[in-house]
Ligand binder design. Sequence first.
Ligand code: SAH
Length: 513
Amino acid sequence: MNVERANKKAKVYLVGAGPGRADLITLRGADVLKAADCIIYDKLANPALLKFARADAEIVHVPKRIGGRSFTQQEINNLLVEKASGGRTVVRLKGGDPCIFGRCAEEAAVLAEAGIDFEIVPGVTAGIAVAAYTGIFLTDREHSSQVVFVTAKEAEGKQKSNIDWPLLAKFSGTIVFYMGVGNLGYIAGRLIENDMAEGTPAAVIADATLPTQRVVKAPLGRISEKCKVEKIEPPAIIVVGAVADSDTTLNWFMKKPLFGTNIVVTRDARGNADFAAKIVQRGANPIEFATIKIKPLTRTNEFLRTLAKIAEYDWIIFTSSNGVTVFFEALQSLSKDARVFASAKIAAIGSETAAKLSRFGINADFVPSVFTGKELANKLITYTNLSGRKVLLLRSQLASKELVELLAEAGAEVQDVAVYTAVEEKSDSAWLTEKIDNGRVDWLTFASPSSVRVFFEQIPGEVVNSSDVKVASIGPVTSEQLKNLGIRVDITATEHTIDGLIAAIEESEKPKT
Ligand code: SAH
């Protein structure tokens, strides 16, 4: 243990992860995750939140089946104290809000007793989130001016109930049950037995805020049967009361054109994460399957020599967002920043490359929306006189040489420096073949010919062609590669970017009127 750590005071944050969708965590929650030495996370907390974790943070998943058993609350309490020892910062990440049916009181008491500092970061609880994501307004003033949250985790046949069923049955507002799907029949039965009308509206919302969200509505007397038929599984919230029979036109989330669509993304891991985030924004379900790995080439002598005299160039050209990321990571590791460019002008192919540059504080001087080296060369030559100008290309080792030749023909002194290359990435693929075969994938997306090649070295083309899955490609070169392998191409994006690819899928999924 280093001295700095030994002097640091232990601190535990009990953090609400929000109801499911990763970006529904609070800013404070995300901030403390970034600072954590150790993150202990619950099964309802979205694992995508671990992207905020430091690379060296210790990650502990509870409750987790180890040798067939789950962690007990006592074990979790002990773990909190143990992990905080030695002055560590621990985040206990819990689904929804940590204090709503979240055993927060017990954990806080254990920490207080152990003399460990703690802070509680609230989160959006599932009961509140279902209202926003289904249009079932818990306090719609037409129907309800009171709401009650109830934990329905009661064993059937339990001698003495903690729930005041006669009171709930008379309640004129909205009742929100947590943890109740397993004994929905029992819940409805107790309410009806205590004189609540069988026709009282009820709704069950599973996987709220996620692309797998489902809503089942029925009168109280029939809700349990309907959920069984529809095979509703936990986690789910049950809403009982007039508001449950809400106007479905206000269910904005499930009306999104891509809601619930399962889309496989096949770029490199980082590219997939960016792509997946955009897909989630549209209510679709991303399935990540990396086919390539970006390998930086920024430790080569050629790169370091180029960097040392980079300010001497008149134009510096980035042709992909990967090139930008790898370049700036190299700058950072050398304790340098964007000032190395001095007055050199910067060009970026396409809006994605330009957007990535702007994340590093660079406003590109020239951003042609073109997709080939030839188009870029023609536009740049028309834009400025390149005769005698020094031009630096920072791009993939695999890029075509056409751009270099065309710029040289226009009189430029061109240097083409590879900052990265793409190597193939292969992993277990049987699960994906099975998913496609079982009709659980709606779209396969391809953003480069190399992704196509590596993907079909692992997934049999016949399975894809004979299933209902649709194939979307980013542009003509990628489509050509698919066709060469005998794969049916359903759509080719007209704008050859990830946004263009998503837009094309969205267009094709729109109900035809
Ligand atoms: N602290 C959590 C609740 C934990 S109890 C919170 O504030 O949300 C676990 C119960 O929460 C589940 O049984 C279910 O009733 C509800 N729940 C959690 N996440 C949910 C989700 N995404 N959709 C529907 N219900 C959810």
